[in-house]
Design a protein around this ligand. Structure first.
Ligand SMILES: Cc1cc2nc3c(=O)[nH]c(=O)nc-3n(C[C@H](O)[C@H](O)[C@H](O)COP(=O)(O)OP(=O)(O)OC[C@H]3O[C@@H](n4cnc5c(N)ncnc54)[C@H](O)[C@@H]3O)c2cc1C
Length: 458
């Protein structure tokens, strides 16, 4: 089975490793940029994603570049505690949560793809520009031996471009929030949807706060500060390298262009948070110490009615870009790749068994198996991510901060005077259930690694 992936981001690379683990060998990843560089700042890999990475044999490698947060604690804009919960192993999961630098994690996955699938698996400088889906029974598809045709634009160092086409059985659109494959399927959709908030993301080396491993969120739905360590405590003299996100309704002049490379001056952002000096964290001090601050609008995309067209489908942000409330974007992309590989492997195994019984595979057998697998993948993942997307629009687990603000905008002596403990617990539990990482459900759920695959490709 010939599989083409467009996009060597977190989702595309995780899908390549998942397909390889499931037995597929003819997998090629085409990436638009001409060089993979460690771009971005911090992301969180929640226990449901770390489980998948563990089952891909990457637990130690990912742990070596990440920090398992001990707790997630929410505060109001005065630094008063609202809710705090243990995370990862401390919360009863069989897998940790890991905070990692997105760019380092992407490069780790890319190295692993090249090591396992071969050094020329990732083709850089190749931008997907369209996919044609033929009827598998058509004479053209029969002649080509494949029904999907992905078209790419290759750019060389001098800016010269060349168009080329790749025939495949499966094309996976892992091309991110500005997905070309999605735009082709939904030409009227336009750009991402902006809610008027702006995120300023950065990393900074600052004095260790709390236990050195706590992820904190302070503020409410209008203005918020999030930080978590990217390096375990114990480094240079009580200092820690942390990731932070400062979030606020956009000031005048800031627009909604969603570009991860847009660096800005920290001064005005520090001003916006000037009052946020808590006795356990100096927020303006963190902002002032930033290595670089990247500005990004809080954008997502509406849920789609369909991801799969012929033998092509969407994964990750291309399928369901969502707000970072709940820190789930990268984790969901990883689970998409694993789920897709699982269903493709199951259908391929059935196809192999049927062909063995009949003495040969039918001409259109692969296309039929692919369509069944993509339908099963979409049935598993599209409704689940649509529910999650909707929850992130309602602030996800961070809703507790808005509740505290609505009920006590000037602060409180004790949070339980304002929000009963049971209500706080239900917000946290409800989000985990929807996102598929409630400890009981995750610990018990069957693995997405297919059973041994006797049909495995050489
Ligand atoms: C440069 C960059 C920095 C980021 N930094 C952060 C961050 O700091 N924090 C955070 O929470 N999230 C960040 N994200 C988003 C985060 O990685 C995703 O939300 C999440 O990991 C889902 O992964 P994905 O693979 O679906 O998308 P992405 O990780 O965005 O990957 C998409 C990939 O597809 C490539 N691509 C795009 N169009 C085409 C095309 N037409 N043909 C071929 N390839 C194409 C892109 O270059 C990219 O490599 C960043 C994304 C990018 C691209």
């Amino acid at each position: 089975m010939k599989i083409v992936i467009a996009g060597a981001g977190i989702g595309g690379l995780a899908a390549a490793l998942s397909l390889h683990r499931a037995g597929f060998r003819d997998v090629t990843v085409y990436e638009r940029v001409r060089e993979l560089r460690p771009l971005g700042v911090g992301i969180n890999l929640l226990p449901h994603a770390v489980r998948e990475l563990t089952e891909l044999g990457l637990a130690d490698a990912v742990a070596s570049i990440g920090v398992p947060p001990s707790r997630l604690s929410y505060y109001n804009r005065f630094g008063q505690p609202i809710w705090s919960e243990p995370r990862g192993l401390d919360a009863g999961y069989r897998w940790p949560q890991l905070s990692v630098h997105r760019g380092e994690f992407q490069l780790l996955l890319a190295r692993e793809v090249e090591r396992r699938l071969g050094p020329d698996t990732i083709r850089l400088g190749c931008e997907l520009i369209g996919v044609e889906h033929l009827d598998p029974a058509s004479p053209e598809a029969r002649a080509a031996g494949h029904a999907e045709f992905a078209r790419f634009l290759r750019k060389d160092a001098d800016g010269r471009t060349e168009e080329f086409e790749v025939a495949a059985d499966v094309v996976i659109g892992a091309d991110g929030i500005h997905s070309a494959m999605r735009a082709q399927a939904y030409p009227e959709e336009g750009g991402p949807v902006w809610n008027g908030l702006i995120l300023w993301r950065g990393t900074a080396t600052v004095p260790t706060y709390l236990d050195g491993r706590t992820m904190i969120m302070a503020g409410d739905g209008e203005q918020k500060f999030v930080s978590y360590p990217l390096v375990a405590p114990g480094g240079a003299e009580g200092a820690t390298r942390l990731n932070f996100i400062a979030e606020r309704r956009a000031p005048e002049g800031v627009d909604e262009t969603a570009d991860w490379n847009h660096a800005v001056d920290p001064g005005p952002i520090e001003e916006l948070f000037a009052e946020w000096r808590f006795d356990w964290l100096d927020v303006p001090g963190v902002i002032a110490a930033a290595d670089e601050i990247l500005e990004y609008p809080m954008v997502d995309r509406d849920a789609l009615p369909q991801w799969t067209f012929g033998g092509s489908t969407l994964i990750g942000d291309a399928a369901h870009a969502m707000y970072p409330n709940g820190s789930n974007g990268a984790s969901q992309a990883i689970i998409d790749g694993r789920t897709l590989a699982f269903h493709l492997a199951n259908e391929a195994a059935e196809l192999g068994a049927a062909a063995a019984q009949a003495g040969a595979a039918s001409d259109t057998g692969i296309a039929t198996a692919v369509r069944a697998a993509l339908a099963a993948y979409e049935a598993d993942r599209r409704p689940a991510t649509a529910r999650l997307l909707e929850m992130t629009r309602q602030l996800g687990p961070e809703k507790v901060m808005q509740l505290a603000y609505d009920r006590a905008p000037q602060g409180f002596a004790d949070i339980h005077d304002v929000i009963p403990a049971e209500e706080l617990q239900e917000v946290a539990d409800g989000y985990k259930r929807t996102a598929g990482f409630h400890p009981a459900a995750l610990n018990e759920r069957a693995s997405l690694t297919p059973d041994s695959a006797p049909w495995m490709e050489d």
